[in-house]
Design a protein around this ligand. Structure first.
Ligand SMILES: Cc1cc2nc3c(=O)[nH]c(=O)nc-3n(C[C@H](O)[C@H](O)[C@H](O)COP(=O)(O)O)c2cc1C
Length: 328
């Protein structure tokens, strides 16, 4: 099973990915959050520079509805040594959708078809697509699939929700099953994977699926990829005697890894961001997810949220790390 870390704008930054790779790793592909301009800005260049993303197989993601712009930025990305880019057809945010981008582009299937035709014809790079199943009606999916199946995409990553489902409504598994039946290129599943068992269940239901992308599950439980690998190792009984399965890692070991990951992330953000306030803002956003790893964390999380200075923040974080990790 190939495991991908989903792109999350503002969260899975170069800094996050680097700290994650150093402390956990086990990711087959990382994706950058979407790049929306025709020309890369200084921050976007910094985010994709290979030396800033050591040890990662990184796929830059582009969000565009103009073939010319897509090809231009893809070519610029290629100059930094990349051979694959990903097209975002899933972002549900109002400002994006109103510009006919992200999931908004799905509402214009003829234009999308023309865009893909030009892009696959003229872009010298491999292109994968990350998509939702439509804008507001599941019936849109059939037509979208008939478009997708025409193009030699590197892989099709499907988050089986409509734009109107945002990130909360139930996953529409029937639509995903339809794609698995119809689409010939490799399909990657994405959505609501929070435990190794979720992956095992997917594998049972769709044995042909060999790649899964996880976003919030990994932000909540940063050791999730290790647990998934452990579960597969256990199942196939290929664990070498000296290899300790991560599933057997003690609470203390897991907690220490999260602690080191956290401390490195904070230190890096303090260096990179202008001022501790911005670094604090970034870390608080991460705790919205990471807090789920800990038992009875509400009180400590409130203190973290309230902290205005790095010293208060560190005190609150120390308290939180004295709590137990949730067990599964
Ligand atoms: C805050 C936030 C930012 C996101 N940014 C992006 C993005 O830049 N590009 C993208 O393709 N998806 C983005 N997503 C969607 C995720 O990549 C993923 O598809 C979604 O969270 C569902 O997967 P999950 O249930 O494993 O988290 C974002 C999601 C969230 C919650």
């Amino acid at each position: 099973m190939k495991l991908y870390l989903a792109p999350l704008e503002g969260i899975t930054t170069m800094t996050y990915r680097r700290a994650y790779e150093r402390n956990f790793g086990g990711v087959d592909r990382y994706f950058t959050p979407f790049i929306v301009n025709k020309k890369l800005g200084a921050r976007e260049i910094e985010g994709i520079l290979p030396e800033n993303n050591p040890g990662q197989r990184l796929i830059p993601q582009i969000m565009s509805n103009r073939a010319e712009d897509f090809i231009q930025v893809a070519k610029e990305i290629a100059t930094y040594g990349y051979d694959t880019v990903n097209l975002n057809l899933g972002c549900p945010s109002g400002t994006v959708v109103s510009k006919k981008r992200g999931a908004g582009f799905l509402a214009y299937p003829d234009e999308l078809d023309a865009f893909l035709s030009e892009v696959y014809d003229k872009c010298p790079m491999k292109i994968s697509i990350k998509t939702r199943i439509g804008l507001e009606d599941e019936n849109e999916w059939e037509n979208l699939l008939s478009i997708y199946e025409k193009y030699p995409m590197e892989e099709l990553i499907i988050h089986p929700r409509l734009r109107t489902d945002y990130y909360k409504a139930s996953i529409r598994m029937e639509a995903f099953a339809k794609a698995v039946e119809q689409i010939k290129v490799p399909i990657c599943y994405n959505g609501e994977i929070n435990a190794a068992e979720d992956v095992m269940r997917m594998k049972e239901q769709f044995p042909q699926i060999d790649r899964i992308m996880i976003g919030r599950g990994v932000l909540r439980y940063p050791y999730l990829f290790l647990q998934i690998r452990g579960a597969f190792e256990k199942e196939t009984k290929v664990v070498a005697a000296e290899q300790i399965s991560t599933i057997e890692m003690s609470q203390e070991e897991l907690k220490n890894s999260i602690r080191t990951f956290h401390d490195e992330l904070l230190a890096d953000y303090q260096i990179i961001m202008s001022g501790d306030r911005n670094a604090l803002f970034k870390m608080k956003e991460i705790w919205c997810y990471l807090g789920d790893s800990f038992e009875d964390a509400e009180k400590c999380l409130k203190k973290i949220k309230k902290a205005n200075h790095i010293t208060d923040y560190k005190i609150a974080v120390n308290e939180l790390f004295s709590l137990n990790l949730k067990t599964f």
